[in-house]
Design a protein around this ligand. Structure first.
Ligand code: AMP
Ligand code: MG
Length: 411
């Protein structure tokens, strides 16, 4: 049996190098960059005004006060998107708006609220307040310098990065491909929701939940029909999924019972079992395998990954989060494949009396306190439904109320 860290390292090292494609930036939200992006321009591209107001020489208005205004001659007007061709000379000013380029000769902007126009003298402006040199000026390149790295290979294109990439003029970006992930559920007791349950049957719930988590991780999920507990049926279903997908995820059929056919079906197809069983709870019987697809076996580039999750719904989802999600992310070249970690203080004790580390379902409330999400057995979905995190509790450990814990989040 493997420790979690070793299992994860083995999964990650089996993930093939990402392949890249070029897509429109507008479509790139949530994708991972396949190369560093350097800015071809300074951002902002030119010094400009942070306010609606007047471009001045700060020294000219140093004495300006409400009761002793400084009078300046208005020599021009520059809307955002225009360029003033003259200079701001001593005793003059130019009307500006937010984003207007700062005219030559000016070194500050007096905001409109600190001025008074004289209706009788439209070419005069009274300044009621002094400004410091460069006040209300946004400098060329202060956000991003030309040739600076805007975002690095492996970075997720978050909404903020998407805006920055657009602001630096990118139309298309090279991103890593997304894996198509086949999702199957094995179990002769499983019924599609919407149908009548015969005695002994239950509704299947793993595929939609795994598909949702896979999609959140950037994969393209492909859900396959239910598979009965028959070796041949399992083999055919796996074979179909491997033909169409980059990775295949099954649930159920990986324990030690004589009705557990997943490992055998993988072997019959020529797949290699990389490991089976990880010392975590829930999720011990997790299977990781590979289907070699490269004809000459010289490279593993085309190998397809196989994940056999336990059938119990919570075991399936927790092992997905801990061992499959990182592989899906790394397949897309993501540099960070770990779940987000938030510190929180336990509102009540959490106890793991067992011999395996237990990833317990918890809920962090808005005040930052961490509560147990309820019953922790691996078939109990109602606690998973209200959980928003997992806490990794070592074997034979009681964490007292008030302990600060690291909560793994997926929401
Ligand atoms: P197994 O890993 O196949 O031995 O299944 C363990 C438990 O999980 C059994 O109680 C199954 O009925 C249940 N189970 C397996 N697959 C699913 C599924 N896709 N949806 C809901 N429950 C499942
Ligand atoms: Mg089963």
């Amino acid at each position: 049996m493997l420790q979690y860290e070793e299992a994860l390292a083995r999964v990650i090292s089996a993930v093939p190098a990402p392949a890249s494609e070029s897509i429109a930036l507008a479509e790139a939200d949530g994708r991972f960059l396949a190369q560093d992006i350097l800015s071809p321009i300074d951002l902002p591209p030119f010094d400009n005004s942070a306010m609606d107001g007047y471009a001045v020489r700060a020294v000219n208005v140093a004495s300006a006060k409400l009761n002793s205004p400084v009078r300046l001659r208005l020599v021009g007007r520059v809307a955002a998107g225009e360029k003033f061709l003259g200079d701001v000379t001593s005793g003059t000013c130019v009307r500006l708006f937010t984003g207007s380029p700062l005219p030559n000769g000016a070194d500050a902007v007096v905001m409109q609220e600190d001025t008074k126009a004289d209706g009788a003298a439209p070419n005069e402006v009274f300044v009621l307040e002094s400004v410091k040199p460069w006040e209300n000026v946004r400098f060329q390149g202060e956000d991003i310098k030309k040739t600076a790295t805007v975002a690095a290979k492996g970075d997720a294109i978050t909404v903020g990065r998407l805006a920055l990439l657009a602001a630096t003029g990118n139309v298309e970006v090279a991103v890593s491909r997304r894996p198509t992930v086949g999702i199957l559920a094995t179990g002769s007791e499983l019924k599609e929701p919407g149908q009548l349950l015969a005695p002994g049957q239950i509704y299947e719930s793993n595929r939609p939940a795994i598909a949702a988590l896979a999609r959140k991780a950037g994969a393209i999920p492909q859900v396959y029909p239910l598979v009965t507990d028959v070796l041949e049926a399992t083999q055919i279903a796996l074979s179909n999924a491997f033909k169409e997908c980059d990775m295949v995820i099954t649930s159920g059929g990986v324990s030690v019972g004589e009705m557990d056919f997943v490992k055998r079906a993988l072997a019959e197809l020529g797949g290699e079992l990389q490991f089976w069983k990880v010392t975590i709870k829930p999720g011990r019987p997790f299977v990781f395998g590979r289907l070699p697809c490269s004809p000459n076996r010289l490279s593993s580039v085309d190998d397809k990954l196989f994940f056999g999750l336990p059938g119990n719904p919570v075991s399936a989802l927790v092992t997905f989060l801990l061992l499959v999600r990182p592989a899906i992310l790394r397949w897309q070249g993501a540099s960070n494949v770990a779940l987000a970690r938030h510190s929180a203080v336990l509102a009540e004790p959490l106890e793991n009396p067992g011999e395996r580390r237990h990833y317990m379902r918890v809920r962090i409330s808005t005040d930052g306190k961490c509560h147990s999400a309820g019953t922790q057995a691996s078939h109990i979905l109602s606690s998973f439904a209200v959980a928003n995190g997992l806490v990794d509790i070592p074997p034979r450990t009681v964490l007292a109320a008030g302990t600060t814990v690291e909560v793994l989040r997926w929401d």
